[in-house]
Design a protein around this ligand. Structure first.
Ligand SMILES: CC(C)(COP(=O)(O)OP(=O)(O)OC[C@H]1O[C@@H](n2cnc3c(N)ncnc32)[C@H](O)[C@@H]1OP(=O)(O)O)[C@@H](O)C(=O)NCCC(=O)NCCS
Length: 206
């Protein structure tokens, strides 16, 4: 993974356009988001939380919440997708992605607020994650889902992921995609520019 200064990363936020013309902002989680994020997870249906965390949880355990709000630690990053509703920034989705050195790939998980599912936010967020991972120099992106999670399987399939068995757990399915791209080929403008600037900083440092 490209070595980065977190200050450089924090400046990044993206505006994603949905098919109905609405826009969603994607930005890194900050420590001030902790309570909002916890409220977001509590407000998901039991089924969505189960699918997201591959088991029963009613809220984020404190240790995991800490991982969410300290972006960049151990090469783990988390983002929230927000919309302005009645003048208030509201979390409508989230995603985490962490770098696995052994396979030069990011593992990720995501969720969308139940009230906002089915409107293209998951697909838009997943495209954005691919740009983020490619800009950080990863060659792949992968995740695990319960075999019963039809929505996630359909979303991953539509986004061009292929499926394999999970190495340790028969209840899970692994989806993976090769995403290695030259900086100039990254489809999201902001991350294309970021990747180009990471490359030139690295060249200057050498
Ligand atoms: C899986 C999830 C992230 C999808 O997000 P979403 O915003 O609802 O998905 P989108 O509206 O962007 O849908 C994109 C595509 O996914 C597929 N899809 C989405 N929901 C689906 C459903 N309930 N059943 C079947 N296919 C579905 C469709 O192919 C859809 O494309 P289309 O709208 O052109 O038909 C969302 O359902 C969710 O948060 N689930 C709970 C948490 C979870 O399961 N996380 C995954 C753990 S890795």
């Amino acid at each position: 993974m490209t070595a980065l200064r977190l200050d450089d990363l924090r400046q990044h936020s993206d505006i994603l356009r949905l098919r109905d013309g609405k826009s969603v902002t994607v930005r890194f989680v900050e420590p001030r988001d902790a309570q909002l994020l916890q409220n977001y997870f509590r407000s998901l249906t039991t089924r969505s939380r189960y699918n997201r965390f591959l088991g029963a949880v009613s809220e984020l355990p404190q240790t995991i919440l800490e991982h969410f709000i300290h972006i960049g630690e151990a090469n783990r990053f988390s983002v929230i997708a927000t919309m302005t509703i009645d003048g208030i920034e509201t979390i409508v989705g989230e995603a985490c992605y962490g770098f696995d050195d052994d396979i030069d790939s990011f593992e990720f998980g995501l969720s969308i607020d139940d009230r906002w599912q089915g409107q293209g936010i998951g697909a838009a967020l997943l495209s954005n994650l691919q740009c983020r991972a490619a800009a950080l120099g990863a060659s792949g992106l992968f995740g695990d889902t319960l075999r019963s999670n039809e929505a996630m399987i359909a979303l991953a399939r539509k986004a061009g992921f292929s499926f394999t068995r999970h190495p340790d757990d028969w209840k899970l399915l692994r989806f993976e995609k090769h995403i290695e791209l030259a900086p100039e080929a990254i489809p999201c403008v902001s991350w294309r520019l970021a990747a180009q600037s990471f490359t030139s900083s690295a060249a200057l440092a050498n």
